[in-house]
Design a protein around this ligand. Structure first.
Ligand code: F3S
Length: 282
């Protein structure tokens, strides 16, 4: 039996950058809080907690903290302009680890909406990254999550529309939705803002899943990029499994397995990927 792990499996550049920053800050004298968990990975979050790094989940919780000597870390998903300004306005020091690929979207939607355009975001409206992007739009904005809703999409105004996407959006869905909007002859300026790390990860997962007998996708249950990877693999490989920890590895797999493929979401640490790999090789 052959076990192949996708080269792009695991932490992406933006997550490494955010997590490393918090580890560095954890050894400072200041009190460190991240706005939401820095990563969808409980092992890393627990380790940071043991080093004194706290988590706040709302502005209300931040208001209960003393701004003196307290640092609020913005994670790689980013936040809305209003949340950013409120935290700064309360006197807290902010360390912003918003991924540069996400920041680029904030700048693009702000500029386009200030120029009078309407914004359309492809992504999940409840995802923190999308909430953040919406919060940098200075005018009408809508979100679209799937091909079905694209068919009934109507702009809110008669202005040109700038379309961006969540950085981890499924690239196939992106193309299908854009095609629907273009054939409906809407005046849409399309910006493909799916990040390269996501694109590579999805393409590799798709290629591996199409030749694997069993496909393992490792990542946090709350990680939307891992769920999307799972969907891509499940469409190509009947025996695709989503696992979060080694304990989930008790799988009912077919007997005649020749190739096992492994991939992992952007928040999955290398050591977990290696442990899963080892288990399969044994
Ligand atoms: Fe950034 Fe892409 Fe990762 S947007 S946080 S490099 S998935």
């Amino acid at each position: 039996m052959e076990v192949v792990t996708a080269k792009s499996a695991g932490f992406c550049f933006g997550v490494i950058r955010a997590v490393d920053t918090v580890y560095e800050l954890s050894s400072s004298e200041k009190r460190i809080y991240t706005y939401g968990p820095i990563i969808h990975n409980e092992t890393v979050v627990d380790d940071l907690r043991s080093r004194g790094v706290g988590i706040v989940n709302s502005l209300e919780e931040i208001r209960c903290l003393d701004p003196a000597d307290t640092v609020i870390v913005i994670r790689s998903h980013g936040v809305s302009e209003q949340i950013y300004d409120e935290i700064a306005g309360l006197g807290f020091e902010i360390v912003d680890t918003t991924c540069p690929f996400v920041k680029r979207i904030h700048d693009a939607v702000r500029e386009a909406s200030e120029n009078g355009e309407e914004i359309l975001i492809l992504g999940s409206p409840e995802h923190p990254e999308v909430e953040g992007i919406m919060g940098w739009c200075h005018g009408p904005v809508q979100t679209l999550e799937d091909v079905e809703s694209a068919k009934s999409y109507k702009p809110l105004t008669d202005r040109p529309v700038t379309l961006v996407s969540q950085t981890t959006f499924n690239h196939k869905k992106f193309e299908d939705i854009v095609e629907i909007l273009i054939s409906a002859e809407y005046n849409v300026n399309v910006m493909n803002t799916i990040c390269n790390a996501t694109l590579t990860r999805q393409n590799e997962a798709e290629e591996l899943a199409s030749r694997a007998d069993v496909m393992i996708v490792i990542g946090g249950r709350h990680s939307s990029n891992t769920r999307k990877l799972y969907d891509i693999c499940a469409a190509r490989c009947e025996h695709t499994y989503f696992i979060e920890t080694l304990d989930d590895l008790n799988l009912e797999v077919p007997k005649s397995v020749r190739l096992v493929g492994i991939t992992a979401g952007a928040s999955t640490p290398q050591n977990l990927i290696e442990e899963v790999q080892k288990e399969w090789k044994n």
